[in-house]
Design a protein around this ligand. Structure first.
Ligand SMILES: C[S@@+](CC[C@H](N)C(=O)[O-])C[C@H]1O[C@@H](n2cnc3c(N)ncnc32)[C@H](O)[C@@H]1O
Length: 407
């Protein structure tokens, strides 16, 4: 009975906090947040929501003359100051920022992006200090793009593939115990690299049906090559061959030398079949960039342009790539580009991760210039995604980064 009473009290408090947030009643909310959390949910409500979702939803549509009031903005501020989670999902699979975007509440949307950036930078710092959670696994992209991998890998148990016994054992010992990797190999780079790929017309799929690469990205890849390589005769490198789209684009700029770093055995096979090993000025490095690049640094290799687009790796890998290796391999006047796809199935996650990357790049010594590219019309919901695990791209604009060393 005592427990039930406590639970009823909790529900009542949750209802009062959510209601105060919804009404933008700052005095009441200030008092209530001394008793309860800014992340309460009312389990008895027909649609579960947090105070932050409620505060933003009640602003209404900006285009209908309902620009968020000062009180609404202060309510959002108060909730964030009290620890409201920026990317909590409601039952409609929306974060508070998704609601702000849908309602056209730009000021509140920007506040949510800033809150996301602050939270993700803090998590990264805590993790660096050993205070974070286990981050071996990439979380589901929608909810936590920081740990989002670039998707696309395979499930070894489901296919008759030739994995040598030692490798298979290693996967077993390291990861197979985790059913999430069995279900989706893109959650772990090493599991992905040991899994089976399928090249199909216009698409490269992994064993878990993730799209590793798709040909609708051709224009983006070509633009990456153009922005990185302003003239002929440069020294270039691409990490992650995939369907070879960016490598083909790079060669049209006639580099003096072009390095390709690729780790998947089936992609090596593809490189062989398509004649890449015989192309003049091209050197293929078989292996993970984590193993290949230290050797190139040791050999004193210097490059004018570096591009990075791997798969089944999270943001931490990208950060390690530029802050450990690009700074050593890139000429002082060189350019660095990377596939900006983190969080691309949710606008706010994309905006948060674009900003986090820009800040980390700056800390590592790079300036970033962005170029916005509209993705092909009709991409969303098109049958190009048929047979894939999920559409990894649902937003309208690709933000293409070009990095140079800070002058
Ligand atoms: C998204 S695809 C690259 C697509 C490419 N930009 C194109 O234009 O076709 C990613 C590639 O990175 C490779 N890869 C994944 N992890 C890697 C790693 N740690 N080191 C090197 N290559 C890796 C994958 O096998 C895959 O071929």
């Amino acid at each position: 009975m005592a427990d039930l009473q406590a639970s009823e009290e909790d529900i009542l408090l949750a209802k009062r906090i959510i209601s105060a947030a919804e009404r933008h009643d700052i005095p009441a909310l200030t008092v209530l947040l001394k008793e309860g959390s800014a992340n309460v949910q009312d389990p008895t409500a027909p649609i579960a929501t947090t105070p932050l979702h409620a505060a933003i939803a009640s602003c209404g549509k900006a285009e209908e003359g309902k620009e968020a009031s000062e009180e609404a903005i202060k309510t959002v501020e108060l909730l964030l100051q009290n620890g409201a989670i920026w990317n909590d999902l409601n039952q409609q699979d929306e974060t508070p920022g998704c609601i702000a975007l849908r309602l056209g509440q730009k000021k509140i949307y920007d506040m949510m992006v800033e809150a996301g950036v602050r939270a993700e930078m803090l998590f990264a710092k805590m993790e660096a200090l050993g205070l974070g959670q286990d981050i071996n696994l990439a979380d589901e992209p929608k909810d936590a793009p920081a740990e989002e991998d670039e998707t696309r890998d395979e499930q070894p148990a489901a296919k008759k593939q030739k994995i040598d016994e030692d490798s298979a054992k290693e996967v077993q010992q390291e990861k197979v115990v985790d059913p999430r990797i069995l279900d989706d190999v893109s959650l772990d780079n090493k599991a992905y690299l040991k899994s089976q790929l399928r090249y199909r017309e216009g698409i490269l799929l992994d064993e878990s049906d993730n799209a590793v690469m798709m040909d609708w990205e051709t224009q983006i890849m070509q633009r990456h090559a153009e922005t990185l390589i302003p003239k002929k005769g440069l020294r270039t490198m691409n990490v992650g061959h995939g369907m070879g789209i960016v490598d083909t684009a790079i060669l049209t700029h006639e580099p003096a030398m072009h390095h390709i770093v690729e780790a998947h055995p089936q992609v090596h096979q593809r490189l062989r079949e398509t004649g890449w090993y015989d192309k003049p000025n091209v050197t293929i490095h078989e292996g993970r960039w984590q193993d290949v690049l230290p050797k190139l640094v040791e050999q004193g290799v210097v490059l004018d342009a570096i591009y990075y687009d791997t798969f089944a790796e999270d943001y931490k890998a990208l950060k390690e790539f530029f802050s450990e290796y690009v700074i050593q391999l890139l000429d002082a006047a060189g350019r660095f580009g990377w596939y900006n796809g983190l969080g691309a199935d949710r606008q706010i996650c994309y905006d948060v991760y674009t900003k986090v990357a820009e800040m980390d790049l700056h800390e590592a010594g790079f300036d970033t210039e962005w170029e916005d590219i509209a993705v092909p019309e009709g991409l969303h919901g098109s049958d190009q995604w048929n047979g894939t695990r999920r559409p990894y791209w649902t937003i309208d604009v690709y933000r293409l980064p070009v990095n140079t060393f800070v002058k």
